[in-house]
Structures are given as C-alpha cells and as structure tokens.
Write a new protein. Structure first.
Length: 194
C-alpha cells in the first residue's frame, strides 16, 4: 500500500467487459501512466445471475483492491440495500477504514463517511449532473476531488464503463484518506453511474 497511498493524483479506468458481468477497475498514476492497483469484484454465481434481473444496489457486492505487485490493499463490501446502500471498507489486515453511506436525494448525491464507531468523519457531495464530487472533512476542509470523465458519445451510450480523475488536496500524513477516496470513487461508480 505504501506506493499508492502517497500519490496526489489518480486515474481510475473501468474495464469494458464483453465476457464478464463483474466490475473491474484499473488505478493508475495519470502523470506517469504506471498502473498502481486493480479492483475486481468477487461475486458468487447467485449475484451474477441476479445482475440480469435486479438493480446492483439490491445485490451484495464484494470488491478487492490489489497492488500492481499482487498484494491485497483493501476490501469493500456492500450488503443488500433497498433504500440507502452502504460500503464497508477494510484494509488488508482487516482494520475498518470507513463506512460509506449514500444519503442522496433525487438531484444531489451525498455520501457520509463514517469511522468504526459510525461517527461522521467527512462527507462527499456531488453536483446535479453527478460528475463532480468533493470530499470534505467534518470541519468543511476539502480533502479531495473526484471527477467523472466524459468517455465520448459511443462509450457513454453503449457501455457502463466510466473513468474518474482524483486529486488529493489535503496536506495530511494520514495515508488512509487516499484509500478512503479511492474506495469512494468506486462506490460513486456503482451507485450513480451503472
């Protein structure tokens, strides 16, 4: 996790899978183009079948982030949710990094970022077009921005694959904020762009 956690900018590219229904993402350094990590969905056959008939928020989702060296970095899990979906994000050693809870209304995306005691440690708000997001701590200080990138007419209309640019703004030694931000971008994709 050491390399990926200290970057200031990230690019997330969702794979276009013609043969797989599982989500897959590549995280890279936009300045060097080097791959930093991959995020893959680890779903059972029941979830795979359910995706053909149900909305993804009504199904459990388990994702794993693995470094370019093959080491597990973090794990995300979303149980079945009918109204307000949430992701639990854990580090490779099983420590809870955060809980992401969607509290969006129809025109305004809003995600609460909670700690292990379910105390609010920040929030992520988006604009009405669901493409620009700001991650702020409880004092209102901006930690990061997450921007949905326009993929062109054909990609946007024929696929659900999306790209995101992330920039860490806070000058903080807390490397877990970068991991929380990356997990938040994946949650944003699953909740708002699928």
């Amino acid at each position: 996790m050491a390399t990926i956690a200290y970057k200031r900018k990230y690019h997330i590219n969702q794979a276009i899978g013609a043969t797989s229904v599982n989500e897959s993402y590549m995280i890279s350094d936009p300045e060097s183009g080097c791959g930093l990590a991959a995020v893959d969905e680890k779903s059972g056959i029941g979830t795979v079948i359910g995706k053909a008939f149900l909305d993804k928020t009504l199904l459990p989702v388990k994702l794993e982030m693995v470094s370019s060296e093959g080491t597990k970095i973090l794990e995300m899990y979303q149980p079945i949710a009918i109204i307000k979906p949430s992701f639990t994000v854990k580090s490779s050693d099983g420590r809870l990094l955060c809980i992401l809870k969607s509290n969006s209304c129809f025109l305004k995306p809003f995600i609460e970022v909670l700690d292990e005691r379910e105390q609010v440690i920040g929030s992520i708000t988006g604009n009405w077009r669901f493409n620009d997001f700001k991650f702020n701590d409880v004092s209102g200080k901006e930690i990061a921005t997450i921007k949905h990138c326009y993929g062109g007419f054909l990609r946007e209309t024929l696929t659900t694959a999306d790209d995101y640019d992330i920039e860490m703004l806070a000058e903080t030694p807390d490397t877990s904020l970068a991991m929380v931000t990356l997990a938040s971008a994946i949650a944003i994709d699953i909740w708002y762009h699928e």
